[in-house]
Design a protein around this ligand. Structure first.
Ligand code: RP5
Length: 180
């Protein structure tokens, strides 16, 4: 079990179940309301057996927690941070500003602008502080996890082999598709 009492703790049992004591990937989001989308990333990490943790960290409402999380990320062994946020989505960019651990940003459709606001907020980083920007919504969340797996796979042959098998299975699914 990870340490209890962290202010941004997501207390749902199903989320705690997904966590590991020594996470390689941190999945953070600006609000619990983002979880229905970010769950796609968590499911993918589970599928690949990647140790991860899931926490709510809000750039605007818990800025001190954001800084604390980012500053501790590398030392805690995190290799990738996946950060999802909607609206004025500053979480991924500020996370990237405070850690050299690669940050993958997932724009969430949470406002009347349907995620375009979040997409542009995440993508338009100034030179020097990159965020790997994913697609809006569920596809972006799942792809963030797959990209995290690919990154971890560069130094983990078994994980990389799993990713190759996963890709082959997707290929076979498409090859098996028939129109009527
Ligand atoms: C953003 O505002 C969050 O990432 C979320 O997408 C959106 C709405 O948050 P809640 O009002 O549901 O907490 O900061």
């Amino acid at each position: 079990q990870p340490e209890a009492g962290w202010p941004g703790w997501v207390g749902e049992p199903r989320i705690i179940e997904a966590m590991s004591a020594e996470p390689l990937v941190g999945v953070v989001m600006g609000s619990k309301s983002d979880y229905s989308v970010m769950e796609r990333a968590v499911e993918m990490l589970r599928e690949f057996g990647v140790a991860h943790e899931v926490r709510v960290v809000s750039a605007h409402r818990t800025p001190d927690l954001l800084f604390e999380y980012a500053e501790a990320a590398a030392g805690r062994g995190l290799r990738v941070v996946i950060a999802g946020a909607g609206g004025a989505a500053h979480l991924p960019g500020m996370m990237a500003a405070k850690t050299v651990v690669p940050v993958l940003g997932v724009p969430i459709a949470a406002t009347a602008l349907q995620g375009m606001d979040a997409l542009l907020s995440i993508a338009q980083m100034p030179k020097g502080v990159p965020v790997g920007t994913m697609a809006i919504g569920a596809a972006g969340a799942a792809n963030a996890a797959l990209l995290a797996v690919a990154i971890l796979g560069t130094t983990d042959a078994a994980l990389q082999a799993k990713l190759v098998s996963w890709r082959e299975a997707r290929r076979d699914e498409v090859l098996a598709q028939e129109i009527v």
